[in-house]
Ligand binder design. Structure first.
Ligand code: PGA
Length: 244
């Protein structure tokens, strides 16, 4: 089974840190792991050059895009710009975009459809807050985010989904493998209904670290991890890529 390890660097890692990461990434011995990191977009080209210099198998992604091709959208980047600078993937609807920057389900859907059309592989991020979990609404929320996020025309061959419970992101409170599997299993069933016959990868994210990665990645419906904090250290990243 193919495994994925994606690192979301958020608004961290300078240009020099980016070079250091690629210069010190232990060479990966597993060819069945697809690895990618998502640097701040201003360093995407620098990361691309570091990948080329080091011969690293790690692909690149962006943390956010705008759905329009171009125009008066101060501070935004387009999908074609991301592709032009070496990105293969884009996070879409990360919880920090939804909860800090107020990104709606509808905006997420537009970005997802645009990525799908233009050939940038979207990673749709879904997940409930602690309040929603405690109210027993985990699946109601995740299903709504799937329904709305994937309402448009989507190429299932490009799509990945990341289940990231908001209460587990950056808190050190990882979901137990069983709890994460329960939601990822439901996501798998939903995806099979929407895109029959397609093996869409499902990642878990939320305080994944080298010491808990194996337990999570052993679950039937978890195909890998989307990792924030622990992805910025090259040894930790390599260790999680090897986790079984
Ligand atoms: P974390 O972040 O691993 O630091 O919890 C995960 C994410 O936000 O994708």
């Amino acid at each position: 089974m193919k495994r994925y390890l994606f690192g979301n660097w958020k608004m961290n890692m300078s240009g020099a840190d980016t070079d250091h990461f690629f210069d010190n990434l232990p060479s990966a011995s597993r060819s069945d792991v697809t690895m990618a990191v998502f640097p701040p977009s201003i360093y995407l080209e620098r990361a691309f050059r570091a990948v080329e210099r080091s011969g690293s198998p790690v692909a690149l992604g962006v943390q956010n895009v705008h759905s329009a091709h171009h125009g008066s959208y101060t501070g935004e980047i387009s999908i074609s710009m991301a592709l032009d600078c070496g990105a293969t993937y884009a996070l879409v609807g990360h919880s920090e975009r939804r909860h800090i920057f107020g990104e709606s389900d509808e905006a997420t859907a537009q970005k997802l459809e645009a990525c799908s059309c233009e050939g940038l592989r979207p990673v749709l991020c879904v997940g409930e807050t602690l309040k929603e979990r405690e109210a027993g609404k985990t699946w109601v929320v995740v299903e709504r985010q799937l329904n709305t996020g994937l309402a448009g025309s989507v190429n299932p061959d490009l799509l990945l989904v990341a289940y990231e419970p908001v209460w587990a992101i950056g808190t050190g409170c990882t979901a137990s493998p069983g709890d994460a599997q329960e939601v990822c299993g439901a996501i798998r069933r939903w995806l099979r209904g929407r895109f029959p016959g397609k093996g869409i990868p499902i990642l878990y994210g939320g305080s994944v670290k080298p010491d808990n990665a194996s337990g999570l990645f052993a679950m039937a419906d978890i195909d890998g991890g989307l990792v924030g904090g622990a992805s910025m250290n090259p040894s930790s990243f390599a260790a999680m890529a090897q986790a079984r």
